[in-house]
Design a protein around this ligand. Structure first.
Ligand code: KIV
Ligand code: ZN
Length: 507
């Protein structure tokens, strides 16, 4: 069975999607989860793009031990050197050099001739190969490039030391048969093809990112580039979880598999949506809320008789928690920790303390607590920091004949209580204004979303807010059976992140 290498670019290409930015601390958290998931290569960022990105790539390079850590660089000397500085301490460092090869990009973006591009590839791949052993070269917009010229560029990259040659469908233009033909052509026309790994990187503009990736695997690509939840530029990139499960489910047909621990797929998907604040569509393949739900009676009956009638994958293999009652008001710390361990969480004593307290509060509000509740509760706390403010109490009044008012009591880290009252256009607006008054932090509210974690009257509501402050983006998240409380917690979480970010930048 061929082992296809999974190259994850969630923190580079994925982060380029609107509203999906992550700070260095969040990126480190993601990198650790990707390592647990078993991805072969983590593209941690584009080090020259900003000091924060450099810092994130460097921290990931130091922390990750089992995956290759890669930094992106244009075919520019400063980029290549900056990428090297960022990844050099990794156990397995890689520099990923790219330049466009299509005539449309050469004429309008690079304003370079084909010969000039070839020369740049020669110089920059040679430089990168003098710094690290593992160099990847990407021909941006490869799928719209002249095949003969593309083969020439890739041959030069291989000759100069690139070990992986990536063929991106940058604008998601290909259909699967073309992608297959393109990869086959390069495998037979690139000089030195037998000594390199061919890779593809498919965008999803026509909804064919995953299909094109699988077609490329059939044609001999041994590395595939993808992102968790398919986030990325425009319509995004091929989704990691879909590629992995397609290969696993159809491995006999495709003769290929990956070394991914699929039981970590759901948790990885949740982590990315929690951090970026971008929720996964319910009908999203593999990790969407409805991916294993059966609505019609005929389907339900079929699945009850034999799961395989309407399910081609087992939700347990993806690590999706069951929506069955697992714990309640009288469950002790032991049962709580045991269940979390069964779900795959390894929390420190301190984290268990915080999580157990939250669990007890939730058990007071909710009759039975399911795996999905636990997962949402712990997921929202993992990697969190000590907040500047916590919510003590709130009273919110609203109605059609009164102005909405919120009266909030917050406690700061020193234990001082600050109580503020504010009016607003509605109860949530009033509560957010009261938080701003109490914390003296102002933020622009970019988006507000609410969804329920489970079904039923006492379901947990999850609110996600996206805030901007001082040019930086923040995601706040709050959970409660009461949607006003979940909203207050989400906004306060976002404001606490702004305060923490300010402190970090001021050193
Ligand atoms: O889409 C693309 O071409 C890219 C390259 C930098 C690999 O993201
Ligand atoms: Zn891309």
């Amino acid at each position: 069975m061929r082992q296809i290498r999974i190259f994850d670019t969630t923190m580079r290409d994925g982060e380029q999607s609107p509203g999906c930015s992550m700070n260095p601390g969040e990126k480190l958290q993601v990198a650790k989860q990707l390592e647990k998931l078993g991805v072969d290569v983590i593209e941690a960022g584009f080090p020259i793009s900003s000091p924060e990105d450099f810092q994130a790539v460097q921290a990931i390079a130091k922390a990750v031990k089992n995956s290759v850590v890669c930094g992106l660089a244009r075919c520019v000397e400063a980029d290549v050197r900056r990428a090297y500085e960022a990844v050099k301490e990794a156990a397995y460092p890689r520099i990923h050099v790219f330049i466009a090869t299509s005539d449309i990009h050469l004429a309008h973006k690079l304003r370079m001739t084909r010969e000039e591009v070839l020369e740049k590839v020669r110089e920059m791949v040679t430089l990168a190969a003098s710094l690290v052993e593992d160099v990847e070269f990407s021909a941006e917009d490869a799928s719209r490039s002249d095949y003969e010229y593309l083969a020439q560029v890739l041959s030069v990259a291989a000759e100069c030391g690139a070990k992986t040659l990536n063929i991106p469908d940058t604008v998601g233009y290909c259909i699967p048969s073309e992608m297959e033909e393109l990869v086959r052509y390069m495998r037979t026309h690139v000089k030195g093809a037998e000594n390199v790994v061919f890779s593809v990187h498919c965008h999803d503009d026509l909804g064919m990112g995953v299909a094109n990736t699988l077609a490329a695997v059939r044609a001999g690509a041994d590395q595939v580039e993808c992102t968790v939840n398919g986030i990325g530029e425009r319509a995004g990139n091929a989704a990691l979880e879909e590629i992995v499960m397609a290969l696993r489910t159809r491995r006999e047909l495709l003769g290929a598999d990956t070394r991914i621990n699929t039981k970590q797929l759901y948790r990885t998907s949740r982590l990315i949506s929690t951090i970026t604040g971008s929720s996964v569509a319910p009908n999203k393949a593999v990790v969407g809320a409805n991916a294993f739900a059966h609505e019609s009676g005929i389907h339900q009956h079929g699945v009850m008789m034999e799961r395989a009638t309407y399910e081609i994958m087992n939700s347990g293999d993806i690590g999706i928690p069951q929506n069955r009652m697992v714990l309640g008001k009288h469950s002790g710390r032991h049962a709580f920790v045991d269940r979390l361990t069964e779900l795959g969480y390894a929390l420190s004593d301190e984290e268990v303390g915080v999580a157990f307290e939250a669990f007890k509060k939730l058990a007071d509000q909710k009759k039975s607590i399911t795996d999905r509740d636990l997962e949402a509760m712990v997921g929202s706390q993992k990697g969190s920091f000590v907040p500047e403010y916590t919510l003590e109490t709130f009273v919110v009044n609203s109605g059609s004949v009164i102005s909405a008012t919120a009266n909030l009591k917050l406690k700061n880290r020193e234990g001082e209580i600050c109580q503020r009252v504010a009016y607003g256009a509605g109860p949530i607006d009033a509560a957010f204004k009261a938080i701003e008054k109490a914390t003296k932090v102002k933020a622009q509210l970019d988006s507000y979303t609410i969804q329920s974690v489970t079904e039923g009257e006492d379901a947990l509501g999850e609110v996600v807010v996206k805030l901007t402050s001082g040019g930086y983006h923040y995601v706040g998240r709050g959970l409660s059976t009461d949607i006003i409380e979940a909203s207050i917690k989400s906004y306060l979480n976002g404001i606490n992140k702004i305060i923490a970010g300010l402190r970090e930048r001021q050193g």
